[in-house]
Structures are given as C-alpha cells and as structure tokens.
Design a protein. Structure first.
Length: 294
C-alpha cells in the first residue's frame, strides 16, 4: 500500500474508482485544477510515493528531482512510447520509478465521430454534398495511415459500409490481409485514396510537402491523433485546392489559428471522452495500481 497518493490534476476517474483509490493508499489527495509549473507540481506531490496525472500536464525531470519519495507514476491517459509520453519516463526509469499508462479506452467514440462527419460530408447534411449529389461510403477508396487499435477500428467501420480499404503501417499486418485490407507504400496510398485517415501516435509526422503533392486534389483528410500528422505549411497549401481537413481537437489540428479556415472542420472536442470511455479508463488505471501493489 502507498503511504500517500496524489493526483496532481483532474484525472477523469468515475466516482466509484476515486473511492477505490483509498484501498491502495493510506492518504489520497485529489486536485481539481491543472498546475501551471514544475514548482507547483512538485509542491503538490510533496512527500507522496505515488502520483497520478492525465494528459493535460507534463511531469518532467525538474519536478521529479524535487520529489525523492516517488516510486510510482500512473498516467491516466494513453502511453504508447517514452518519446510521446507527457512524463519523463527515461529519468523516472533511472530513479527506479515505475510508470504505467493505458491504451484503447476512447477509440469507440473516435470511430463514431469520423463516420458521422464523413456521412454528413458525402450526403450534404448541413453543407453541399462532396460530389455535388449525395453518395454513400460504398465504393469509396479509404486509406488508413497507422493501423493500430483506432486505425483498425476505423478500417473495420469503413469496410462495414462498403469502402475499399488500404493502409500504411510500419509493417504489413497478417490480420489486415485476412480482412482484405491492402498494404501500400505511403505515397501510393495517398495518391490512390479518396479519403485518408491519419491514426498516428502523438508527435509522429508523416505528411510533408512530398506527401501532400502525392495526395493531390479533391481529397478528404482526417486526423484522429493527439497532434498534427503533417507539416503545417504544405498542409495549408494543399487546402488551397478542393480539399477538406477534419480533426476533433485543437491538438490534432495544430492550434486555434486554424479554426476559421474555410476548408477545416474541427469540432474542438475530444470525441473519445465519452461516458463509456471514462468507465474503461477508470478500470484500467485501477488495474495498473492493483498490479503494482501486488
């Protein structure tokens, strides 16, 4: 059992999960606002041996150096790699601190978002139909860049509606081949697809000037990641054509300065943050803590 567990910011646990934290620590401190500096984070942690945080703060070496008792850091958000994490995992490892994160808790809401927006675009609900008259997803050439959990779910959803699926990933996936999904080099996929979904890890940029030239005109681009999948300058040049870009959050888009662009559709909402996602998040955070506590 931990002596003291501190959530340095709101971590989106459901009430029953918050109560469960007291089973794992003698003292639990939950903050309901976001700290603004390393010094503030260090003050909140104090002498705690366990820390929880979400995706809205960064726990860097500077703060951790001031907190010698920390043994466990629970990320109540996605953890894909040390490079993309909002915790200095390399430094934590050098101190013997265990860092855990979660995955695959908000993908269902993201899939519903992209289906909703694509249908509205193709049929012309609240806007001019993309091809001048309403059309179905049936027969649409869909390219998925990054075939992890969310990318795979989007591919499956598009297939259900009759789209032809191609994908680019670090390696070819046997399970994708069994579903009839075609593995393609990135530039070929961009040129061949009518709609492209970028489903990449945070801070992964694959679309540069060359890729936008290959993507060409009369295309729809979705980004479902936590950060832009592109270099901004060639993306903006691409949007000068007859093209559209869809993102759910400012993080995925690249900033508020792009919100008013006539070719950008951004709902400015994290579409993965649903009631069910909070349930899944809570279960996984508690499971990580329970496993650490043995």
């Amino acid at each position: 059992m931990f002596k003291k567990l501190v959530a340095i910011e709101p971590v989106s646990l459901i009430p029953t999960a918050e109560k469960k934290l007291y089973d794992y620590a003698q003292e639990v401190v939950l903050f309901d606002d976001i700290p603004t500096s390393d010094e503030e984070i260090a003050r909140r942690i104090g002498d705690a041996d366990a820390v929880l945080l979400s995706y809205t703060s960064r726990l860097e070496k500077g703060a951790l150096e001031l907190c010698p008792n920390v043994k466990y850091i629970g990320m109540c958000c996605s953890l894909y790699s040390p490079e993309s994490a909002n915790v200095d995992i390399r430094y934590a490892e050098s101190r013997g601190i265990t860092v855990t994160g979660i995955r695959d808790y908000g993908d269902e809401g993201v899939v519903e978002y992209v289906v909703s927006e694509l249908v509205r675009c193709l049929h012309g609900f609240g806007m001019e139909a993309w091809e001048g008259m309403p059309r179905e997803i049936t027969g649409l050439k869909v390219g998925v860049v990054g075939l992890g959990k969310s990318g795979g779910m989007i591919a499956d959803a598009m297939k259900f509606f009759g789209a032809e699926i191609s994908y680019f990933a670090r390696s070819e996936k046997q399970w994708a081949a069994e579903k009839g999904y075609r593995f393609m080099p990135l530039n070929d996929l961009l040129a061949d697809s009518d709609v492209v979904f970028c489903c990449l890890n945070k801070n992964t940029v694959l679309l540069h000037e060359e890729q936008f030239e290959k993507l060409g005109n009369k295309k729809i681009l979705f980004n479902t990641g936590l950060s832009p999948a592109w270099d901004e300058e060639p993306m903006l040049k691409w949007l000068e054509g007859d093209n559209l870009c869809y993102c759910d959050t400012l993080g995925a888009l690249g900033g508020a300065h792009l919100l008013d662009h006539p070719k950008v559709h951004c709902v400015n909402v994290s579409t993965g943050r649903t009631k069910q996602a909070f349930d899944r998040l809570s279960e996984k955070v508690l499971a990580n803590i329970s496993k650490y506590n043995g």
